[in-house]
Design a binder for this molecule. Structure first.
Ligand SMILES: [Zn+2]
Length: 198
């Protein structure tokens, strides 16, 4: 049996369907302190971002912009306009992919790590991944992040081309290009709630 807490404070218990409710309750009671800690931390983060959670604002490059439902899909320096919320993915992907690909190419040259392909898609609960054939996939929500955090995600996934796990050797490689990756990882965690929002 396991329990996890999502960025928007949904508590999810995974267990066999035969597990009696009393066992699940006991299990949750034993994890109560840990759950409380995560829920409180998430609540603090969400309070800072309640305008984003309520879809009144949206992040772009780590900047909060008003999100305006209008008759057009458009990003300006002042606001993000969408006809409907479902348009955000396409709008961001169309506007930001070219620069992102350039960015990946630069970091690929710097690290001398070449992926098989680079793709943008939508994920819930993750920022990117590298498959067994070294194709990289990035959550389009990386466009919402501050550029230095986005750079860390690119470095992270590129390093998976060399090392397909999270071993000490992997983190050593990451640290060659993002020496303060531990701090950046923590800062990224503050944006994890985005991946369950859209
Ligand atoms: Zn990883």
């Amino acid at each position: 049996m396991s329990v996890s807490v999502s960025g928007d404070n949904k508590i999810i218990v995974r267990c066999s369907w035969e597990t009696p409710l009393s066992k699940i309750e006991d299990f949750l009671a034993s994890k109560e302190r840990w759950i409380d800690k995560i829920v409180t931390r998430n609540a603090e983060r969400l309070a800072v971002n309640d305008d984003v959670v309520e879809r009144k604002c949206v992040y772009l490059d780590g900047r909060k912009l008003p999100l305006v439902i209008s008759d057009k899909n458009l990003i300006t320096s002042e606001a993000v306009y969408v006809k409907k919320l479902e348009n955000i993915q396409k709008l961001f992907t169309d506007a930001c992919t070219a620069d992102f690909m350039k960015n990946v190419e630069e970091i690929s040259k710097l690290t001398m790590i070449t992926p098989n392909s680079v793709n943008i898609r939508k994920y819930t609960g993750r920022w990117g991944c590298c498959d067994g054939r070294n194709n990289l996939y990035f959550n389009y929500m990386v466009f919402m992040l501050p550029p230095y955090i986005r750079r860390y995600i690119i470095v992270h996934e590129l390093c998976h081309v060399i090392c397909h796990n999270h071993s000490p050797a992997f983190w050593k490689l990451v640290s060659d290009y993002v020496p303060d990756y531990k701090s950046v990882k923590k800062q990224l965690a503050a944006f994890d709630f985005l991946t369950t929002l859209y």
